[in-house]
Ligand binder design. Structure first.
Ligand code: HEM
Length: 470
C-alpha cells in the first residue's frame, strides 16, 4: 500500500484551505464537486427547459425536510390521523406552513417532472446514448406516483379514504389472484388502520430511499454520457485544445447562476401558492378531504389528485362497448405491422400471436372491461419507458424535424391534457366518448412512432450548437 502523504500548505494559507486539504487527503470532496458540478462541462445553449432537473432536486429536498417535520407531529393511527393533521394546522407553531409547503410541494413536483419529461420529448433527450438516463427517470416517475398515492391516505380525509379504496380495489380486477391481492395490500377487508400503518411506512421511508437511490443513478448516468441540448448535437464530438467540448461551459459558475435565477422565479410562484391559494381551487387539496374519512359515507364523486387524472381517464374510458373498438384497433395494428415493418417474420408472428390472445381475452365472455381498463391504465404509463426505442427519427431535436411533426406533438399534448381534465370531472356520455378518442390518439402516438417519426423532410443539423449571447 502506498504511504499516506499529506498535502503541505504554506503556514500563512487560509484556515479554510487547510481544512479542505485535510478532508481531500482523506475523502474526495473537491473531486466529487468538480466531477458532478464544478467542472462538469455542459452545452452552452441550454434554455428554459433545462431548469427543471435542478428544480426537481430542490423540491425533492423540500419534500424530505418538510416531511420530517410533519412526521414529528403526525399520528399514523386511523383514530388519530385526521385530528393530528388538524393539530399541525392549528396548534403546532408554523405547522400550517410546513403542511402547506409539503402539500403544494407534491403538486409542484409533478408539474416540474411533467415539464422535465416534455423537454425530453421535444429534444429527444432519451435517444442513444441517454436511454438509461430516461429509464432511471421513468423509474423515478413510478416511485413518485407511489409516493403521492401512499401519502394521500395519511390525512385520513374522505378523499384519502375513498381514493385508496378505489385504487386498491383495481387490483381486484386481476383474474384469479385479484381479490387476495387487494386484501394483501390493504391488510384488511376494507381500508383500515392496518392499511394506514403500512402506507405510512412506505411513504416516509421505503419509497424515499428508493427515490434517492434512483436520482443518484439518474445523475451518475447523465454525467457519464454528458448532457444533450436543444439542438440535439453531441458536443463531445468536437473537443477543443483543452480537451473540453468547444460548445460546453463548466456548470459552475455559469449554470449555478442560471439555475439560481430559475430557483428564484420558482420560489416566487411556489410561495404565492403556499400563502394565497394552497388548495388551488380543490386541485392541490380537495375540499372533501377536510372531512374525516368515513367508511359508511361514500362521496358522490371520487377522483384522484390532478396528476393522476390523465391515466385515470384511460381507465374510465375502457367501457364494455369501447372494447369492440379496441379489438378492431389491435387487429388493424397487427396488419399494419405486418405490411409496414421490417421486423423478422418470427417477431411479426410473435406479435400476431400475442395480439390474437389479447383479442380473445378482450371478448366479454372471457375477461371483463374492468380488467382491461386496469391493463390500459398501466399501459398508458409503462409505454413511456419504450420511447428511446420507438423514436426512429434521424435527428434528436424537434428543431430539425419536419414542421408537421410539431402538429403530431401538439395533438399528443392536447390529448394528454384533455384526458387529465376529463379525469377530474364526473363522467357523462359525451365526456366518456371524448376520453375514448383521446385514449386512442394517446396510444397511437407511441405505437405508430417508429413510422411517423422517420417520415418527412428533415432539416440539416448544424455542426455547432446555435447560441446567441444575451
Ligand atoms: C426526482 C425527479 C428527477 C430529478 C431530481 C431529476 C434530475 C435531473 C437533472 C438534475 C438533470 C440534468 C439537468 C437537466 O437536464 O434538466 C436531469 C436530466 C435528465 N432527466 Fe431527470 N430528474 C428527475 C426525473 C426525471 C424523469 C421522471 C425523467 C423521464 C422519465 C427524466 C429524464 C431525464 C433525461 C432524459 C435527462 C437528460 C437530459 C439531457 O441531457 O438532455 N428525469 N434530470
Amino acid at each position: 500500500m502506498a504511504a499516506f502523504k499529506e498535502t503541505k500548505f504554506p503556514a500563512d494559507a487560509p484556515a479554510a484551505q487547510k481544512a479542505l486539504g485535510w478532508v481531500d487527503d482523506r475523502f474526495p470532496l473537491t473531486k466529487l464537486w468538480n466531477d458532478q458540478w464544478g467542472k462538469y462541462y455542459a452545452p452552452k445553449n441550454f434554455n428554459f427547459w433545462y431548469i427543471f432537473g435542478s428544480l426537481a432536486m430542490l423540491v425533492l429536498v423540500l419534500q424530505i425536510v418538510t416531511g420530517i417535520f410533519l412526521t414529528m407531529h403526525y399520528k399514523p393511527d386511523a383514530n388519530l390521523a385526521f385530528g393530528s393533521v388538524e393539530y399541525i394546522m392549528r396548534e403546532v407553531p408554523w405547522g400550517w406552513l410546513v403542511r402547506y409547503m409539503h402539500s403544494t410541494g407534491a403538486s409542484a413536483f409533478f408539474i416540474i417532472v411533467y415539464l422535465h419529461m416534455t423537454r425530453g420529448l421535444l429534444y429527444g433527450s432519451y435517444r442513444k446514448p441517454r436511454e438509461l438516463i430516461w429509464l432511471f427517470g421513468f423509474a423515478i416517475f413510478l416511485c413518485l406516483m407511489a409516493e403521492a398515492f401512499f401519502g394521500y391516505l395519511l390525512p385520513w380525509g374522505q378523499m384519502s379514504y375513498w381514493g385508496a379504496q378505489v385504487i386498491v380495489n383495481l387490483f381486484g380486477a386481476i383474474p384469479l389472484i385479484g381479490p387476495d391481492l387487494s386484501l394483501w395490500i390493504r391488510g384488511d377487508y376494507v381500508v383500515s388502520d392496518a392499511t394506514l400503518n403500512r402506507f405510512f411506512a412506505f411513504h416516509v421511508i421505503a419509497i424515499p430511499l428508493v427515490l434517492l437511490g434512483l436520482v443518484a443513478a439518474h445523475l451518475i448516468a447523465l454525467h457519464e454520457v454528458g448532457s444533450s441540448n436543444p439542438d440535439g448535437i453531441e458536443v463531445k464530438e468536437n473537443l477543443g485544445a483543452d480537451g473540453h467540448p468547444v460548445d460546453s461551459i463548466p456548470s459552475h459558475p455559469y449554470y449555478t447562476v442560471h439555475d439560481l435565477f430559475g430557483v428564484s422565479v420558482f420560489l416566487l410562484i411556489f410561495s404565492t401558492v403556499v400563502f394565497f391559494a394552497p388548495e388551488m381551487g380543490g386541485y392541490f387539496l380537495e375540499y372533501n378531504n377536510f372531512l374525516p374519512g368515513d367508511s359508511l359515507k361514500t362521496p358522490l364523486h371520487i377522483a384522484p389528485t390532478w396528476y393522476f387524472t390523465a391515466f385515470y381517464s384511460v381507465l374510465r374510458a375502457t367501457t364494455a362497448d369501447f372494447m369492440w373498438v379496441l379489438m378492431f384497433f389491435v387487429a388493424a395494428y397487427v396488419v399494419f405491422v405486418w405490411l409496414k415493418s421490417r421486423l423478422s417474420s418470427i417477431v411479426k408472428t410473435a406479435i400476431a400471436v400475442i395480439a390474437l390472445v389479447a383479442i380473445i381475452g378482450m371478448l366479454p365472455q372471457v375477461l371483463d372491461a374492468k380488467f382491461w381498463g386496469v391493463v390500459f391504465f398501466g399501459g398508458s404509463v409503462v409505454i413511456l419507458a419504450f420511447l428511446p426505442w420507438l423514436d426512429k427519427s434521424p435527428v434528436k431535436s424537434i428543431r430539425y424535424r419536419p414542421s408537421w411533426h410539431k402538429y403530431v406533438y401538439g395533438v399528443f399534448f392536447f390529448c394528454f391534457l384533455a384526458l387529465g381534465y376529463l379525469g377530474t370531472l364526473p363522467p357523462t356520455e359525451g365526456r366518456t366518448l371524448f376520453s375514448q378518442v383521446c385514449t386512442l390518439l394517446y396510444f397511437s402516438f407511441f405505437l405508430f412512432m417508429p413510422w411517423w417519426s422517420a417520415m418527412g423532410t428533415f432539416k440539416k443539423v448544424p455542426d455547432r450548437v446555435v447560441f446567441h449571447a444575451h
